[in-house]
Design a protein around this ligand. Sequence first.
Ligand SMILES: Cc1ncc(COP(=O)(O)O)c(C=O)c1O
Length: 334
Amino acid sequence: MYPTARRFPSRAEIAARAPSMWRYREWLPFEGTPTLSQDTGFTPLVDAPRLADKLGVAKLWIKNDAVSHPSLSFKDRVVASAINAAVALGLDTVGCASTGNLANAVAAQAARAGLPAWIFIPDNLEQAKVLGTAVYGPNLVRVRGHYDDVNRLCVQLADRFGWGIVNVNLRGYYGEGSKTMGFEIAEQLGWRLPTAVVVPMAGGSLLTKLHKAFGELRDAGLVSDEAPRLYGAQASGCSPITRLVESGGETIVPQVPNTIAKSIAIGNPADGVFAARAMRGTGGWSAAVSDESIIAAIRLLAETTGIFTETAGGATLAGALALAGQGRFGKDDD
Ligand SMILES: Cc1ncc(COP(=O)(O)O)c(C=O)c1O
């Protein structure tokens, strides 16, 4: 997407830049510095020694995108990338199909960019999530059905009206934004990679793009470590990617979601096959966890780290605990 002749910055050049996802702009699909959503990214990497003890690993950190700007989830990264692409491409309306967090991010970032937004969500989302979208004043449409129904509708609408639907016809730009989480993890660890990463999965894009980001840093000579083992976490009530990893197959079997973890409840994940390949290819694995264990993990995360997340955070920690219980981490793991 970017010219192959692009010159990548050194560690020192990156360190001198503002603390946002745009400090890695040369790895993003833009010429020059995008102007919208300058405050997104560079969230804290929080040392969590008590959780490291529980998992029986050497070190454990939480990448805390629950304090992302402007809408408090990692979806701010993908929207910051997609909305700048929308403007560069001359699109005058943006939108998304969302399980909640993407809706909040698109609504907030479109509001301050002065762009009309059309946001489509399943009709069973949590009231707090719906409020976190509605407050920004987008056109908000609740669709009777699951995310996968909403997404199909958005594919048709994008074609018909020429809107920039961030996770549909702008998906190439959207996905690249996720890479910045991987760049930050490496920089915040002092330019090295951890040995393992546990990632919440909905469509499977974040996990796939972390893999890509770690590879790009190695290609640029900024890190020299092996690719981390990538592990996914899903709710058992919506775990098509985990099932694919377990089955060893190559085709997603869609699932009708039934879980409290609505923000990651995608039954037919667009990047599921690629995420499964990245997990298998790095020697990782994937976990599916019950709603009860998600609630317990939300509490455990809060009580041990002071970080209070919604269900995707609980699923991630519950998944890490389940994987530790399967003996997938060693005492030297970071
Ligand atoms: C907080 C949070 N984390 C992770 C994810 C997973 O995203 P992806 O669709 O890239 O797998 C989502 C998706 O909605 C999310 O809301």
